[in-house]
Design a protein around this ligand. Sequence first.
Ligand code: PFF
Length: 512
Amino acid sequence: MGFYHVKHGHRIGGDAERIKAGIGRFAEKENRRRPGKQALTLTGIRLKEPAMQATSESAPPGAPRGQWGSRIGFILAASGSAVGLGNIWRFPYLTGENGGAAFVVVYLCCVVLLGLPLLFNELALGRRSGQDVIGAFRATRPGTAFVVTGWLCLACCFFVLSYYSVIASWTVGYTVASLLHVKLVFEHFAANPWFVLPLFAFFMALTVLIVEGGVERGIERWSKILMPVLILLCGVVILRSVTLPGAAAGIKYYLHPDFSKITGDVVMKAMGQAFFSLSVGWGLMITYGSYMAKRQDIVSSGAWVAGVDTLVAIMGGFMVFPAVFAFGLTPDAGTALTFKTLPAVFERMPAGMVVGAAFFFLLGIAALTSTISMLEVPVAWLVDEKKWPRRRAAWVVGTLAFVAGIPSALSVGGTAWLSQLSFAGKTGFLDIIDQIFGTTIILLICLLSSIYVGWIWGPQPAVEEIAASSAWFTRPLLGKLTPATLWKFFIRYLCPGIVFAMLLNMLGIKLF
Ligand code: PFF
């Protein structure tokens, strides 16, 4: 039972020492006497604070809740969630479509002014409650209608997982094809259910296998392996890309902003991308925050996550633009940039097949660390609230997400009516579901959660939660101005105001 104290004692905050000294000895004896029943003693201790209601990883109900084994483990797992197709596929093509460097500047402002405050918001809510996305709202302010935000988070993670894994599975096909020196024609490949469905099933199964391993032994362990591999491969591909003859034009395009290109629409897309990329507005950071130890610094860990995510997005641009310009192609091919333009680039460059395989493999890894986190949100809810064993929760949600993803998999040419379906200006089932869950509902969640923390729960408990591990958060910066005051302003006024304006914009009421 010493295990419990080392791994979980700090969840109990100020009580930890007393518990270690007193109840700890009792717990040890008790658990030796009744192996497998640790929960009995722990639950008794935990009842004092809702955040400490114990739940299980893959253990029986009442056993200790999962927790990150280390700070670096959390940073890698959360940045693994943040770094995904959004950085290497979506960010470069949005940059290409929206004016290059000017888009990058607006994007960086959005990350700092909106993304970071919302990230701290979710982490504080998660750690304070120590619960899943639904439980977090119920535990912090019982009885409000804002619990609907938690349900929206569950829906978003589930539906985005369903189509995101389809795109992720294409990367497996492209990696294998590059290794075998086979040229894939995107339209034929994506439209062929005999390729796409088995790859999709494989990718989903991989995700489930990692999530069923639990927080520390599954997600954290694999993130620690996959993230360094990803950064290394990014470095290799960038090196190849920037050393191609003619690459300078791409670097210039990427680094020299033309501010006349910034329009209301560009700002909106940059904001949407910042939320997508940082994984805020999905309840993911609430769930991952709930596995954080009390002593772990929310501000610096959150800043690390945002920093790694932004770095990889910027690296994504350095992989793509120099190579695209070097071969005289255009960077505005939209979603096709990664799966059509880049293979054409790899085909023409020396050692292109190896670089291509490395690129698609790293894209697959980035996607995997993201799908893991999307699956974790509903799994945590089933484990926490419905007391399901983790393994069952992971396989059931994974199977349902696979079934829900079949229409997306068949909507890129596979089946005519699914491919031609149109709604809200989008064509094809996959794009429609992305617009609904991956864009609009995310904004709604960001709006509701900032109103919830800023006005309903009140920002003070969140400030206390953040300051518990970052004392400087409440210390004056300038006169009476503290980082906490600034954060409160952002979360109460700036974030909800801007996100509300974006939602109106999306509904056709153009404010800018
Ligand atoms: N941030 C991921 C990306 O950029 O691809 C997408 C994502 C992953 C969003 C996990 C939400 C989430 F829970």
